[in-house]
Design a protein around this ligand. Structure first.
Ligand SMILES: C[S@@+](CC[C@H](N)C(=O)[O-])C[C@H]1O[C@@H](n2cnc3c(N)ncnc32)[C@H](O)[C@@H]1O
Length: 474
């Protein structure tokens, strides 16, 4: 059977599976022309529907790759930054907030946001060509479910009166997109220059990132944010991060480990735990366990304020300790049952991760579990290492049916975006399972299990490791 017939068959079967799953769960396939709402994505909670939707998207993208002229496909990627630039113009000039359901003429849009109507129409039409907006009649535009995600819910009058407040008290999706279209976009223009320079090609130093080069100063994003010109962008970044957190299932931390297998009074150390968001959930659910939240001094000050408001009894009783600690220095907790590191490894390149993991190895007992909560990057092909008698339990990820790419191709783009973003901004990375195995083996840890979230997305999986007897030479 030809590849296009195979793909068509996958689509036909999956459309039937999707419709059946939606019908029996009384969920609906969303309408592209209606605004996004969390409920518009309810069908994805049904595993069969989520799987069918992923297969249909992957197959449609693969059909396009086969059938579009290669120059069109080539320029869809070459022109990625053109689309980003057009979108930045629309986002910063508040187009989504101005558009109304029945559509609005570009002259009216321009009258409201002060842009040139001709140039603005070109940007919106370019994006409408990719279903981001809609051109309903000549020069009359409206939102789609995709562009509506950028809606801050504020009126154009309010935004123009207080532009600095645009992202305050919002879900953070527009803030996150604005950050990526600004700091990460500028950094991406210097990605090759960073790798063409012998001084930085192999560097994992966060001060030698493409972002640092773009800004013309060897400093981290955090240092940049401390500058006067970085202050507002820092606020926007933090709002965007809250947006990501809001998208994570609140009980994800409960699913990543068998917390109820721990004996009473076991100590869980949340290393780089921020203000202790994970431990708030865990401490409430498991009052018999003890927690230590460690982070930098300034963050622990904030953590104390948060815990005093949210769960003062936990800190007063000693169930939870909030501790200033630099994870590059010797670890003071030497009786931990679990060292939890949630979204820490992806902030750092290997040379820094080795330092963090080595400090934990020195402080671990033979029974301590190291629990890394991070994304695991799937390969774009079948992973032969994930199976076989010596495979790590849980290592095998769900692969898409042939002839699709094993990782569902572009339908699974987010984790690769995240990985590239980490390179651009921090000179760090997300990792494949093999990369985690290498990193942990080098630092004396042996992976014992991989726990994947329901639905098996690449996002926030967990890796369990135990101290190995020997450390290889680093
Ligand atoms: C991506 S955040 C993750 C926070 C938390 N684990 C979570 O998932 O919500 C990274 C954390 O690492 C902390 N951090 C950065 N450098 C650190 C260091 N040298 N020692 C301890 N914590 C550090 C940051 O302050 C921040 O809270």
């Amino acid at each position: 059977m030809s590849a296009i017939r195979q793909l068509l068959e996958l689509i036909t079967q999956s459309v039937e599976a999707l419709e059946d799953a939606c019908q029996s769960s009384r969920t609906a396939i969303p309408d592209l022309q209606k605004p996004f709402a969390p409920s518009s994505e309810d069908f994805r909670q049904i595993p069969a529907a989520a799987e069918a939707a992923a297969i249909i998207s992957a197959a449609a993208l693969q059909l396009d790759a086969i059938l579009a002229h290669p120059s069109v496909s080539l320029y869809r990627i070459v022109g990625g930054h053109f689309k980003s630039a057009a979108l930045r113009i629309c986002l910063e000039s508040n187009v989504t907030e101005i558009l109304i359901l029945k559509g609005i003429h570009v002259k009216e849009i321009a009258a409201k946001n002060g842009q040139d109507p001709q140039k603005l129409a070109r940007c919106i039409r370019y994006l409408a060509t990719h279903h981001f907006y809609r051109e309903i009649k000549p020069n009359v535009f409206a939102n789609t479910r995709i562009s509506s995600m950028l809606n801050t819910g504020k009126s154009i009058q309010d935004i123009l009166a207080n532009p600095e407040e645009k992202h305050e008290k919002t879900l953070g999706v527009a803030a996150l997109a604005a950050h990526h279209l600004d700091e990460a976009f500028k950094a991406s223009a210097y990605a090759w220059e960073t790798l063409a320079d012998p001084a930085t090609v192999r560097s994992g130093d966060p001060e030698a990132s493409p972002f640092a080069r773009a800004m013309g100063r060897p400093e981290t994003l955090w240092k940049y944010y401390e500058r006067p010109e970085g202050g507002l962008k820092h606020r926007r970044f933090n709002i965007g991060m809250q947006g990501i957190e809001a998208l994570q299932p609140p009980d994800a931390i409960l699913q990543v480990y068998q917390w109820n297998s721990l004996a009473p009074n076991s100590i869980i150390v949340d290393v780089g735990g921020g203000v202790g968001t994970s431990c708030l959930t865990l401490a409430a659910k498991y009052p018999m366990l003890k927690f230590v939240v460690q982070d930098r001094d300034q963050v622990i000050v904030k953590a104390k304020e948060l815990w005093n408001t949210k769960m003062p009894t936990a800190t007063a009783s000693g169930q939870v300790k909030l501790e200033s600690h630099d994870f590059f220095k010797p670890q003071p907790q030497t009786t931990a049952s679990v060292f939890l590191l949630k979204q820490i490894m992806h902030d750092w390149s290997d040379e820094y991760c080795v330092k963090i993991l080595t400090q934990l190895w020195e402080a671990a007992t033979p029974t301590t579990t190291l629990l890394l909560m991070d994304s695991i990057i799937p390969l774009a092909c079948h992973d032969p290492n994930a199976e076989g008698p010596n495979a790590i339990p849980g290592a095998c990820t769900k692969e898409a049916p042939t002839p699709l790419l094993a990782n569902y191709g572009g339908a699974n783009d987010m984790v690769y975006n995240a990985d590239f973003d980490m390179f651009l901004l921090f000179n760090s990375q997300e990792r494949t399972l093999t990369q985690f195995v290498d990193l942990l083996t080098r630092t004396g840890w042996k992976i014992t299990a991989v726990n994947r979230q329901p639905g098996d997305s690449s996002f926030l999986q967990s890796i369990e490791a135990k101290k190995d007897q020997v450390k290889s030479v680093i």
